[in-house]
Write a protein that binds this ligand. Structure first.
Ligand SMILES: *Cc1c(COP(=O)(O)O)cnc(C)c1O
Ligand SMILES: [Zn+2]
Length: 390
């Protein structure tokens, strides 16, 4: 059973019942899941979590799956929160943690959202799923669909990282390589999904992936013994993790496990694909699509986010900010983190390190602040961009 009560539109407040697959609201906005906080509070004590399995399913009361038998899992979530003192010293920070999402089953944090979306697809009787992906999400969907015995249709740019293409192929997905970006892949799916009977699991075009990504917020809180850091830096493409963590913090406050204090939330993007940064700096409520998007950080090569207004809302509500870094900075900081901490970051993770350097230099983050950044995937998935030239 689930403590979820309904699905709701954060823009127009229209409500939808659980128990039926939904995509976006009729007004076009992403949809989110609501819970009965009082019931969760009665059913679960925070101290009971310690005895639970080390996966995101330890938070099952905060997830929308009704029957545990429909769980499709490869052991995702509850990744280590690594203290990184040498890197902290580099930036004169009191304390710095890296949430190491490389340690998810397919090597990226996409597994969190995809595990939930595929579990719900199984529970609600879906036979075919489709996804537009810059790389990691397509690989993850291919794996979880295989695990569930569901047919997966993956659309990726033809220059997506080779690892992602290989993964999707090996997991047996029907793979289409597109001469374009993730937004072009999304358009192809939108045109065909009704005729093909596909459940479209595009970022924030269904409410379930957000619930899986939200568990990063729950984990950070639990791993830091319910004391959130001062600053969280998040490499932002579609923004699922950022919006998800913010939702997770609100749910933790509703059950009384944390107070009202929140981290300042920071979006980092790539110099040549920074629609959220531009909109944030211009004081806009929505972001214009970015032209000629390019970066080695494939997860950040997202020229337009459907949830742009939600991302911008979180940044402003939290007193946060947004900034872009260059591919060269990412490459240099992959090397730095590898040498200082033994971590082979993905370019998106290294973008967080580069953002820290800029924000500490500018005094936006001070020496008494604690900060948390994400390594959202394994550097091993990016050997085309980072590996030795052969
Ligand atoms: C998808 C992805 C991102 C961006 O995540 P969003 O939640 O869509 O903003 C960052 N890093 C990596 C490695 C990714 O695969
Ligand atoms: Zn709506």
């Amino acid at each position: 059973m689930t403590f979820a009560t309904k699905i709701r539109c954060p823009r127009c407040a229209r409500e939808y019942p659980l128990g039926k697959i939904v995509n976006t609201c009729r007004c076009g906005s992403p949809l989110t899941v609501d819970y009965d906080a009082a019931k969760i509070k009665n059913a679960l004590d925070a101290s009971a979590l310690k005895r639970r399995e080390a996966t995101l399913w330890r938070y099952r009361e905060f997830l929308p799956l009704n029957d545990d038998r429909n769980r499709v899992s490869l052991g995702e979530g509850f990744t280590p929160l690594l203290d990184t003192p040498r890197l902290a010293k580099e930036f004169s920070l009191r304390r710095l943690w890296i949430k190491d999402e490389a340690q998810n089953p397919t090597g990226s944090f996409k597994d969190r959202g995809i595990a939930l979306a595929v579990s719900l697809a199984k529970e609600l009787g879906v036979a075919k799923v489709a996804i537009p992906s810059a790389g990691n999400a397509g690989a993850s969907l291919a794996a979880y669909a295989a695990r569930a015995g569901i047919e997966a249709h993956v659309f990726m740019p033809k220059d997506a990282p080779r690892a992602n293409v290989a993964e999707a192929e090996q997991y047996g997905a029907r793979l289409t390589l597109v001469d374009g970006l993730i937004s072009d892949c999304g358009r192809l799916i939108a045109e065909r999904k009704d005729a093909e009977g596909w459940f479209d699991v595009s970022t924030l075009k269904e409410p379930y992936r957000l619930e899986g990504k939200k568990t990063m917020g729950l984990e950070i809180a639990e791993q830091l013994e319910w004391q959130l850091p001062d600053v969280i830096v998040y490499p932002t493409g579609g923004g699922t993790g950022l919006i998800g963590m913010w939702k997770g913090f609100a749910e933790l406050e509703a059950v009384g496990w944390i107070g009202a204090r929140r981290p300042r939330m920071v979006s980092v993007q790539a110099e040549h694909c920074a629609p959220i940064v531009r909109a944030f700096n211009e004081g806009k409520e929505a972001a214009e699509p970015w032209k000629d998007a390019r970066t080695i950080a494939s997860g950040l090569r997202v020229p337009q986010a459907v949830a742009d207004f939600l991302i911008l809302r979180v940044l402003r509500e939290s007193g946060g900010t947004a900034l872009a870094v260059t591919d060269e900075e990412m490459l240099a900081d992959i090397r730095l983190a590898a040498r200082l901490e033994g971590l082979f970051l993905c370019p998106e993770g290294a973008a967080c390190v580069a953002a820290l350097r800029r924000l500490t230099k500018a005094g936006w983050i001070g020496p008494s602040d604690t900060a948390l950044i994400f390594n959202t995937a394994s550097g091993l998935k990016y050997l085309d961009a980072v590996g030795p030239r052969m």
